[in-house]
Design a binder for this molecule. Structure first.
Ligand SMILES: [Zn+2]
Length: 384
């Protein structure tokens, strides 16, 4: 058995713990570059909390998901202001942008020198600047991952900037920050978290540490996501989902993902579709396709055993069969009103080029077994 496990330098979890950010941030520098989502008002408490720790703040509001241009502009602003560390406050977009800015703050050259798939994919020359990640959604787990997913509008693709030194030095997870999330965002981000627990669990790179995290996380998401969707102020459900999301980030950063995220990279690059909603729409068809492929090519193998365990965890029934897990997931996606991919403009004519691009995506390499182009096309068609 060979494996490695790396995560954020420090993880602080619990309701109300945002108030600890002032003294905690102080050890990373004197001038923070604060990246927020499109509504910076949600971060209004932060400058005061940071000022109490004598930390100066330059703010940057990111509109939408991070693009290579937005990150390049943000890094230039951070450098000009003399910032020595970065704070990401928001959903996965703001946190990923913050991690990318932290990498560019200390490294020479152009973002494309370091970007995977669409760039030159060179390793970072220097360690990234310290980054503090504070999620306000329960979905991406980006607070404990070592990559930033950036959209390249010119190449119609989403690709990662990735380095072990991009792992945040502090992940501060305060479930109270998610209490006001609207149901559609709760659904999409929560189903992203669930996807990010199922994919690493069946991944060909799974290890005993990520298995333990996934088993707990799947159980938490299965019991809490419906409740958080129907009653956003159910504090216990919000706390379960914040923890499930954190566990998903820990797992995916160390065991990889699979075909759902393999498709999410090109789809997110070509269509204005939020990442979580794309993953949610694809999850049941990917589970079904992986099961069919495993039955045909690895009968009695580890993948089938793992999908049976997933079904037991999701349904909370010890006798559940692997197909029951697919049906449970399909029902949840319907109940949480996830639109089909056609709602974002995907058409049958897009399938061949998306299949070709998805086959090259880094996440696809961790799928439990390689899928054929026909199988990939079948997944996409079923999600339209
Ligand atoms: Zn995801």
């Amino acid at each position: 058995m060979l494996f490695e496990f790396a995560t954020a330098g420090r993880i602080v979890f619990g309701p109300g713990r945002l108030r600890e950010v002032g003294p905690a941030a102080r050890e990373f520098g004197r001038h923070a570059f604060l990246v927020t989502g499109r509504d910076p008002a949600r971060a209004q408490r932060l400058p005061g909390l940071l000022a109490a720790g004598n930390t100066a703040v330059t703010s940057f509001a990111l509109a939408g998901e991070p693009t290579t241009d937005a990150v390049t502009a943000a890094a230039a602003q951070a450098r000009a202001a003399g910032c020595d560390f970065v704070i990401g406050f928001g959903g996965g977009s703001a946190i990923d942008a913050a991690k990318a800015v932290a990498a560019l703050l200390t490294n020479p050259g152009d973002l494309l020198d370091y970007l995977e798939v669409v760039g030159r994919a060179q390793p970072l020359v220097r360690l990234a600047a310290p980054c503090v990640a504070i999620p306000t959604t329960a979905g991406t787990g980006a607070e404990v991952t070592r990559n930033a997913v950036l959209a390249s509008p010119a190449r119609h693709f989403k690709a990662s900037l990735r380095s072990a030194s991009m792992l945040p030095r502090l992940a501060l997870v305060d479930p109270e920050l998610t209490l006001d999330l609207p149901p559609a965002l709760t659904a999409a981000s929560g189903l992203d978290a669930l996807t990010q627990l199922i994919e690493p669990y069946v991944s060909c790179r799974a290890n005993p540490l990520t298995d333990a995290l996934c088993v707990d996380g799947i159980r938490l998401a299965a019991r809490a996501l419906r409740r958080a969707f129907h009653d956003g102020h159910d504090a216990a459900a919000r706390e379960d989902m914040a923890l499930a999301s954190l566990l998903s980030g820990l797992a995916l950063a160390n065991a990889g993902l699979g075909a759902v995220h393999g498709f999410a990279a090109p789809i997110g690059g070509m269509f204005p579709a939020p990442h979580g909603a794309v993953c949610a729409a694809l999850l049941p068809s990917v589970m079904a396709a992986n099961l069919a492929a495993a039955r045909a090519r690895q009968p009695g193998g580890e993948t089938l055993r793992r999908y049976e365990e997933v079904a037991r965890l999701l349904t909370n029934r010890p006798t559940a069969a692997a197909d029951d897990g697919v049906a449970w997931t399909r029902q949840l996606v319907t109940e949480l009103q996830i639109p089909s991919l056609a709602a974002y403009g995907l058409q049958p004519a897009d399938v061949p080029s998306l299949v070709e691009k998805a086959a090259q995506a880094s996440s696809m390499k961790a799928n439990p077994l390689p899928l054929t182009a026909d199988e990939l096309a079948g997944i996409l068609t079923a999600a339209l």
